[in-house]
Design a protein around this ligand. Structure first.
Ligand SMILES: [Zn+2]
Length: 410
């Protein structure tokens, strides 16, 4: 019995936290723990990045050492070559000398010093001595020649060893450079990851501050708190209709005119070339600075500033026909609203950017990227993958014509 209870207890310990985690974060307290997890992930990413950077530095140092060794080797190879040449000349000279002596021995004719020396003997015994001296001289030259030849062999062998080592070092350097390249890619990816955590952290912090200002309780559902807030502010005349009471007309287009340049859905990214989900619809045909309107009444729920991919982004929460939606305006040149601000369908949330906004690497020219998702991203749920799963094509609600066909009204 006790054992069964114990097992149930352990199972609960395992199951409760995992289901708790899977649930959307929808209280202030849960949003705070989400923020803490973003921060933990960011610091883990940063320390991984530093570690990788250190690895790169070590590899670079290794390459430097090997290049230095190659340079030293080149000097030694050059010295060996010179030594080989010198030895070759000396060997040739010695050979000539020996041949001369030997020739003179054999021929015993002509005016040669050795022969003159030998035949200048005054007696038989003197002749024998002189002959012996001459032959010793020849043998000495022979030994000298052998010494030279041995030295030449050694130097040639050393030169070959140095050249083999140079080849090895070249190969190792190439391998290290490939490794450095790969690690560099990793660092770049980790930097991007860290940057996106930075975006998540700042926008979540902003959200928390806003919900605290609204007086949301730590354990109160944020949805309820936000609805409470927007209903009361609507009565103060900020806009007609409220977040909790749907607007009858549904959604309006975010621009007075425009033309679709890219559809929602899977595509090859024009900048990165990667095949992935295009999270919204791109609307061009407007110059930078053109007003972008909220597509329905609602509340600004989340703002991301100067993201390296997406630039300035405004997220607005709506309730239309009883369903919650988030609309997202990306690549903005300016942001004209603040988090927690209630907006009407005529509020300018920002202006078209993406042309000269240099920090935004994911835009090729002035356009508005509009995304729509069900639920309130940052409130009903905060998880990015949930947001991605809830995205849909904004053209289904906004009556935006096909690519290349302009619209001239909202
Ligand atoms: Zn886009």
């Amino acid at each position: 019995m006790m054992k069964k209870l114990f097992i149930t207890f352990i199972l609960l310990l395992i199951i409760i936290p995992s289901t708790y985690k899977a649930k959307d974060a929808n209280t202030l307290g849960e949003l705070r723990s989400q923020l803490a997890s973003y921060k933990a992930k960011q610091s883990a990413t940063n320390s991984k990045k530093n570690q990788t950077q250190n690895e790169i530095n070590e590899n670079k140092n290794d390459v430097y050492k090997k290049q230095k060794e190659i340079e030293d080797n080149k000097v030694r190879i050059k010295e060996s070559k010179e030594e080989i040449e010198k030895l070759g000349v000396e060997i040739d000279e010695t050979k000539v000398k020996i041949e001369e002596i030997m020739r003179n021995y054999e021929k015993s004719s002509g005016d040669n010093i050795y022969l003159e020396y030998i035949f200048g003997a005054t007696s038989i015994s003197d002749f024998i001595i002189r002959y012996s001296i001459a032959s010793q001289l020849a043998s000495y030259n022979d030994d000298l020649l052998n010494d030279y030849k041995n030295k030449l062999d050694e130097t040639t062998k050393l030169k070959e060893e140095l050249q083999t080592r140079e080849g090895e070092l070249d190969k190792q350097i190439k391998e290290l450079q490939v490794a450095i390249g790969k690690l560099g890619e990793e660092v770049k990816q980790l930097s991007d990851e860290s940057l996106s955590y930075k975006d998540q952290i700042s926008s979540t912090e902003e959200l928390i501050n806003q919900y605290v200002k609204m007086g949301c309780g730590e354990n109160e559902a944020i949805d309820r708190c936000v609805s409470r807030h927007t209903s009361s502010s609507s009565s103060s005349g900020t806009y007609s209709g409220s977040v909790s009471t749907p607007s009858a007309s549904g959604f309006l287009r975010p621009l007075n005119r425009g033309v679709v340049t890219s559809y929602f859905g899977y595509r090859y990214h024009p900048v990165t070339g990667v095949y992935k989900l295009h999270s919204g619809v791109d609307i061009g045909g407007n110059s930078e600075g053109t007003n972008v309107y909220s597509i329905a009444p609602g509340m600004v729920g989340k703002i991301i500033r100067r993201a390296s991919c997406g630039g300035n982004q405004v997220f607005v929460y709506h309730t239309v026909n009883g369903t919650k939606y988030t609309s997202v305006y990306m690549h903005l040149y300016s942001i004209n609203v603040s988090v927690g601000q209630t907006v009407s369908a005529y509020t300018v949330v920002g202006t078209v950017g993406g042309g000269t906004t240099y920090y935004d690497s994911c835009s090729t020219g002035a356009h508005l990227h509009l995304s729509m998702a069900t639920g309130w991203y940052g409130s009903t749920y905060v998880d990015y993958s949930t947001y991605i799963a809830r995205l849909f094509d904004p053209r289904t609600f906004l009556g935006i014509p096909s690519m290349g066909v302009y619209f001239y009204s909202r």
